[in-house]
Design a protein around this ligand. Structure first.
Ligand code: SF4
Ligand code: MG
Length: 338
């Protein structure tokens, strides 16, 4: 369908003592009502920075140097920062990894929900109070009526994430951006919170942008996936296609690092260390393809020529000189030339 939120060719730079550093370079994505887009990458890939840019929440040291953020067709980047944030407040909500940091520690969760509903939705105190209980109930907090009186620290990690989701839903957003929403939780609770997000998203037909480093999470939830490395998109595809046959060596390596189902049956399988090395700092990107120092498929051209993001099939793009080969190889990596 028509995208609710569309990011076009976004670039974000940070000011540093050593000069400007590009943290996001040429990011594009779109998310429609009722759809889930996963933005995947390791920490430092630019995925969180890009969502802060979408929300108008970049720190003072960063700025958008290129691109558009279209919300229902309107470019938010053409607005004042204040207007930008107001528009987002009306239609986009965000959920973070750390609910303790996002929720106010000195107020009860009931107070926080009620205040949001009164201020942002214009509800009466009485209606807002009732709605706060409904929302906690909706996100699966047991004994919601009693728990509105509790403070954030009185909730377990998983329950706190649910409270934060309730807070996000209070504003009835069209789009929800969830940035590593379950990373701090243990595997069982992760699954529960993700299931909740998926249910709510389907029920309300929200667009969901799910930001994660974990392709395992993506498998069960997303329709489309955008894989980022060192600030750039390296692969873009429908999830089913990516999982069947990745078109980029980095995606392939990420797929191999998904924990297998553990023998103990607790779902906490072993994580295989398949990508040696670390992602580069945006301040010191390798020449050519930024992934080349870690790529098992790299050849000479990779050290000199940056690969453009190009179509490899219908709805699919990859930024790899050997994308066609990778795609054709399925799971068998081509021989490495030294
Ligand atoms: Fe690997 Fe070269 Fe493709 Fe980069 S362009 S991902 S180094 S094969
Ligand atoms: Mg992050």
């Amino acid at each position: 369908g028509t995208p609710l939120l569309e990011v076009r060719d976004l670039a974000v730079e940070f000011r540093t003592p050593e000069g400007n550093v590009r943290a996001v370079d040429g990011l594009s994505y779109r998310v429609a009502a009722g759809r889930t887009l996963a933005v995947v990458g390791e920490s430092g890939s630019g995925k969180s920075v890009s969502s802060l840019a979408v929300m108008g929440l970049l720190p003072d040291t960063a700025r958008v140097t290129h691109g558009e953020v279209l919300l229902a067709g309107e470019d938010l980047l053409s607005l004042s920062r204040r207007e930008h944030r107001r528009r987002c407040g009306e239609r986009i909500a965000m959920v973070f990894q750390d609910a303790l940091a996002a929720l106010n520690p000195v107020h009860t969760v009931g107070y926080q929900l009620t205040e949001a509903l009164r201020r942002r939705r214009g509800m009466s105190r009485r209606d807002a109070g009732r709605r706060a209980v409904e929302l906690l109930d909706l996100v699966g907090v047991p004994n919601a009526r009693g728990r509105v009186k509790d403070y954030p620290h009185q909730f377990s990690g998983g329950m706190r994430q649910r409270v934060m989701i309730a807070t996000a839903l209070a504003l009835d957003p069209d789009v929800l951006i969830a940035d590593e929403p379950t990373t701090a939780l243990d595997v069982t609770v992760q699954a529960q919170v993700l299931r909740l997000l998926a249910e709510i998203q389907a029920e309300r037909r929200m667009g969901l942008v799910l930001i994660t480093h974990d392709l395992g999470v993506v498998a069960g939830m997303a329709d489309d996936v955008t894989v980022m490395y060192a600030g750039r998109v390296v692969e873009r595809a429908p999830v089913r296609d990516t999982f069947g046959a990745p078109a980029h060596p980095y995606t392939r390596a990420l797929l191999h690092s998904i924990p297998s189902s553990g023998a103990g049956g607790d779902g906490e399988g072993r994580r295989l260390p398949v990508i040696p090395g670390r992602p580069p700092s945006p301040a010191a990107l390798p020449t050519g393809c930024a992934f080349h120092p870690r790529c098992d498929t790299a050849r000479d051209v990779c050290r000199t020529d940056p690969p453009p993001l190009e179509a490899v099939a219908v709805d699919r793009a990859s930024a790899c000189h050997f994308a066609a080969e990778v795609l054709a190889s399925h799971d068998v990596p081509p021989p490495v030339e030294h």
